[in-house]
Write a protein that binds this ligand. Structure first.
Ligand code: GNR
Ligand code: NI
Length: 181
């Protein structure tokens, strides 16, 4: 298993539209396991493949507190949506930023599991919200796109500043030892 690097806004790779998964093999299984490990370590309740620079239609979600309710959605499609809910959302690709987003409160999804078996499921609550947030990632869309241009610009500047502060506090790599002449 391996921890994957999560891309951060405004990385242009987060704007990629993911392609359907066509092969359900061991490599896909490993990618799913690595995404769960990365999501739990972050920690987050969902992760879309786009966020780890893997541009296939693949999502993992676990909204439980004991890492005991793993959901995998490959090539997901929303068949129906109903209701409306406003949730304070965050995103591992937009670290430290939280704001309200309005979405459907219930969705019916059709997807495939890691073996390629198709299923349909009704989701509600945070699970429904999270699935919609993750499906946006597969389209290259981020929750900050629902906010005003002014807010999004402020967020971009704050993340830039945070990244510079992080880089400055990270010890510089040791210089390679140069043999004495
Ligand atoms: O960890 C996450 N929490 C969250 C909270 C409210 C709405 C959506 C989310 S998803 C997010 C992880 C993430 O960035 N997934 O793409
Ligand atoms: Ni996200």
């Amino acid at each position: 298993m391996a921890l994957l690097t999560i891309l951060e806004y405004p990385d242009p790779r987060l704007r990629t539209r993911a392609e359907p998964v066509t092969v359900f093999d061991e490599a896909l299984g490993r990618q799913i396991d690595d995404m769960f490990e990365t999501m739990y370590a972050a920690p987050g309740i969902g992760l879309a493949a786009t966020q780890v620079d893997y541009h296939r239609r693949l999502i993992v979600i676990d909204v439980s507190e004991d890492k005991a309710q793993k959901h995998v959605f490959v090539n997901p499609e929303i068949l129906a949506r109903s209701g409306s809910a406003v949730t304070e959302e965050g995103c591992l690709s937009v670290p430290g930023i939280f704001d309200e987003v309005q979405r459907a409160s219930q969705v019916r999804v059709r997807a495939r599991d890691r073996h390629g078996i198709e299923f349909e499921q009704d989701l509600e609550g945070i699970l429904a919200v999270c699935l919609q947030h993750e499906m946006d990632h597969l389209e290259g869309k981020l929750f900050v796109d629902y906010l005003s241009d002014l807010k999004r610009e402020r967020i971009r500047k704050k993340l830039d500043k945070d990244r510079k502060a992080r880089a400055a506090s990270t010890p510089a790599p040791l210089p390679a030892r140069v043999p004495a002449l």
